[in-house]
Write a protein of this length. Sequence first.
Length: 397
Amino acid sequence: MEEMKEFEKNLIALDNENILNTYKRFNVVLKEGHGATLKDYTGKEYIDFSSGIGTNSFGACDKEWVDAVTKQASTLQHSSNLYYTAPQVLVAKMLCDKTNMKKVFFGNSGAEANECAIKAARKYSYDKYGAGRSEIITLQNSFHGRTIATLSATGQDVFHQWFFPFVGDFKYCPASDIDALKGLISEKTCAIMIETVQGEGGVVALDPAFIKYIDEVCKEKDILFIVDEVQTGNGRTGYLYSYMEYGVTPNIVTTAKGLAGGLPFAAILFDEKTENVLTYGQHGTTFGGNPVCAAAALSILSRINDKLLKHVKECRKIIEDRLSDIKEVKSISGKGLMVGIELEDGLKAVDIAAKCMENGLIPLTAKTKIRLLPPLNITFEELNKGLDILIQVLKEA
Ligand SMILES: *Cc1c(COP(=O)(O)O)cnc(C)c1O
């Protein structure tokens, strides 16, 4: 035990020495896991309410997922996009069948998926209307990624520093403000891009009327409606893709995080209007659609069914029921297993999160809130055990 504590300490020192200091890591070294229970090297257990930031959709080392991944890894791990591979085709077909979208492009990350959507939106407009109709409206407080273009799309000033010049022609609308949006739309607008629940921005769900208005105005003015489902997608909100709750039909949907259950994989879905916008030579990637990641995604997507989505909604109800009368909790936001917890004044989310980790629970934070993204198939037992720890920490804060 003492030996392992020493091992962890050395590891942390080596990390600080050799890895770029861009992350403010918590004082936890994770070694292994099963489901929603993780362990460090000393054997200490943690209930995982983070899923690796919404990626490990079925928790750690889910048996079916491991089998799918290891089978593909020991068959053919990669082949490039110069050739056809079965897992990629099968997962594309499954995505199209489940969403009624027409075509898919595969990438490796959320930022890349949004880059692809931005390129496609601009090209759609260029092909049809010529140069100059290139403005994309995103929302204040949004988050779309860390590349230069997706930072530019991100509607938060803190991300618009140092790396000048950013990509032009992005406009930022206050979330859920229909009048403000009306004021921003012009003949130069080519797309509107939203997250239905702003994840990094503090787990803020948009007003359904706003989402419906975007769908309508986009159709009326031939503006492309892009939904960034990088965090909200793949069952997270209790729907396969969160837009499905609102009866809207976006032209482009991007997703990543939970899609392949913890491997880097992204999909960009195109409808009938946009399926032929990017053609031969206009976009590409070496790793996108990688067979191991595609096999992982097949394993995950095939199990995001009504039963699982019902489980997600039941878990949400348990979380709301148990937290609603805790006096340190001001409000609970988000949808499904994408949960934001606003704390009473004076309580700091990072401090609460650190205290939770000391006590065997791994939550996340988003802005000033505690954010929970547990595995979608977390057992009620693990969920309640995690909530016990969180409630205890809140009461002692
Ligand atoms: C995490 C996230 C991204 C960026 O995804 P990466 O895989 O980190 O590039 C983009 N959009 C949203 C909504 C996200 O939550």
